[in-house]
Write a protein that binds this ligand. Structure first.
Ligand SMILES: Cc1cc2nc3c(=O)[nH]c(=O)nc-3n(C[C@H](O)[C@H](O)[C@H](O)COP(=O)(O)OP(=O)(O)OC[C@H]3O[C@@H](n4cnc5c(N)ncnc54)[C@H](O)[C@@H]3O)c2cc1C
Ligand code: SF4
Length: 462
């Protein structure tokens, strides 16, 4: 490791707050004022823009009337991870972009913050078993048992949303998860300044409080369990595997020490934060002085911001096309710049230089579009680097099902070409790779599985 890479770049007390909420939650008064800005539109465009179709005007009206439970039930019955989505959704390109007040005055109703207010306040009303502290009632209950068993593989947003809906419909669910903790990228990937206070695990506990869901961690499909076995032992299977491995750059020097997969580093940072909220584990995370990030999506922006906040001196994010082509939203790009990250566009890495101690420099070639194709123009520049983060996309790790464009092929019921095996979330083709999309697909797949199981016994249950 290069001597310039070390932990403890900040003063000890700074670690506690380095990843505090980047959007502060609303106070009760602020929620009152903000909810009164909604026009409660008929045929509200914000609902159409929400991938889970939450009845947004209805929950906002309930907040305004002081009915927190009603507001939260509106949200959670459409999106059981409404708490995470209120923190992580790119609302500026979804519901808030569609809000009529965005069009009229460039000041949309703060739907994401109101959604967070409703779900956070509602969770405060529940005890550790997910029951209302006053009435002992659970907000979501199970239907009469169908006697059917479903296996869910992957405990990320898609898998857990599917499991919850299946449990609600009376099926018995076993979730198999490869990692040590359930939660998928909610636990291991979302930026720590979006998911403070161990929220991913709190939300998971709430989801499991419905009952009828058993989670088995440390069980990897293809290694500890096999698809054939699951098919035999269960009435249906849902795969919510996400995209487990990272694309390679395919250039010289890629395997030098200090050239790191951005998702793995983000996971290390998230787990350090979860281990010790006082920040002492974060202080041990190795951070370089001159950091280069390669990529143009959310993952690239996230690692750049996180490593800069942990004390890297210079962080440069390099993207091969223009800023307007980056898949990270404008809001995320702005956040990166506000955090001191330098964005450099129209350049691609050509080789990484260094020695056995680690990387020292990255050489880039300027790019341009020529004849409709992106290519290098033969002019080069170098950036000094002791850490290089690769964030050029992820890919499916699992093989054994039909794949198109790197994703599992499913029909409009989220069933794969293998009957009885369903899939959803990042591992399948349709939809953007977002938490909210994964939650919606998991929910829709659960409903399709339920229909199929009901049909298989002539519409009768149990
Ligand atoms: C760094 C990063 C930041 C992001 N930030 C945002 C954001 O701010 N907002 C947003 O909306 N989206 C964000 N996303 C995208 C979002 O996290 C994903 O779209 C979402 O998590 C997809 O959910 P999923 O359930 O399909 O997959 P995942 O969350 O990846 O979950 C898949 C689960 O399956 C498990 N698994 C995989 N293979 C196996 C196997 N063979 N056997 C058993 N278990 C297995 C994995 O361990 C994992 O727990 C981000 C993604 C990344 C990488
Ligand atoms: S579009 Fe805006 S104003 Fe209309 S219902 Fe939705 S949040 Fe309210």
């Amino acid at each position: 490791m290069q001597p310039s890479i070390s932990g403890g770049r900040l003063k000890a007390p700074q670690y506690k707050d380095v990843f505090c909420d980047h959007v502060m939650p609303l106070t009760e008064m602020q929620a009152q004022v903000e909810s009164s800005r909604c026009y409660y539109c008929y045929d509200a465009p914000c609902i159409q823009a929400c991938p889970t179709q939450i009845d947004i005007p209805s929950f906002i009206r309930k907040i305004n009337n002081g009915n927190i439970k009603g507001a939260a039930i509106d949200i959670l019955s459409a999106n059981i991870m409404g708490g995470t989505c209120s923190r992580a959704c790119p609302v500026e390109t979804l519901c808030q972009e569609a809000c009529v007040r965005e069009h009229a005055e460039k000041k949309p109703v703060q739907i994401g913050s109101l959604q967070r207010f409703a779900t956070d306040e509602f969770f405060k009303q529940l005890d550790s078993e997910g029951k209302n502290k006053k009435t002992g009632e659970k907000p979501f209950t199970r239907a009469k048992s169908t006697g059917k068993k479903v296996a869910v593989v992957g405990a990320g947003p898609a898998g857990m949303s599917c499991a919850h809906r299946l449990a609600m419909l009376g099926h018995s669910v076993t979730v198999y998860e490869a990692r040590e903790k359930a939660g998928g990228l909610n636990e291991y990937g979302l930026a720590p300044y979006k998911m403070t206070d161990d929220f991913a695990q709190k939300e998971l506990d709430f989801i499991l409080s419905i009952g009828g869901i058993e989670v088995k961690t440390g069980k990897r499909l293809g290694q500890d369990i096999q698809l054939d076995g699951l098919k035999k032992d269960y009435d249906a299977v849902f795969l919510g595997l996400g995209l487990g491995s990272t694309n390679r750059l395919g250039i010289e020097g890629e395997d030098l020490p200090g050239v790191i997969d951005a998702v793995a580093k983000i996971s290390e940072i998230r787990q350090a934060q979860a281990k010790d909220p006082s920040g002492s584990a974060l202080a041990k995370v190795p951070v370089g002085r001159n950091v280069v990030v390669i990529g143009g999506g959310n993952t690239a922006v996230d690692i750049a911001i996180q490593i800069k906040r942990l004390g890297a001196e210079f962080v440069t994010l390099v993207y091969r096309r223009g800023q307007e082509d980056m898949s990270a939203t404008h809001h995320e790009q702005e956040l990166a710049q506000k955090n001191g990250v330098v964005l450099k566009t129209w350049a691609k890495p050509s080789r990484i230089l260094g020695d056995s101690k680690g990387v020292t420099e990255v050489q880039f070639e300027y790019t341009a579009i020529s004849g409709g194709k992106l290519s290098g123009i033969g002019e080069f520049f170098s950036l000094k680097a002791d850490q290089v983060f690769k964030a050029i996309g992820q890919k499916l790790e699992f093989s054994g099902l039909d794949v198109d464009g790197g994703k599992i092929v499913v029909n409009d019921q989220f069933e794969t070409k293998m009957a009885g095996i369903f899939a959803g979330g990042d591992c399948v083709g349709p939809g953007e790779d977002l938490t909210v999309t994964a939650v919606q697909q998991g929910k829709l797949a659960a409903m399709a599985i339920d229909q199929k199981l009901a049909k298989s016994q002539g519409g009768k249950r149990g």
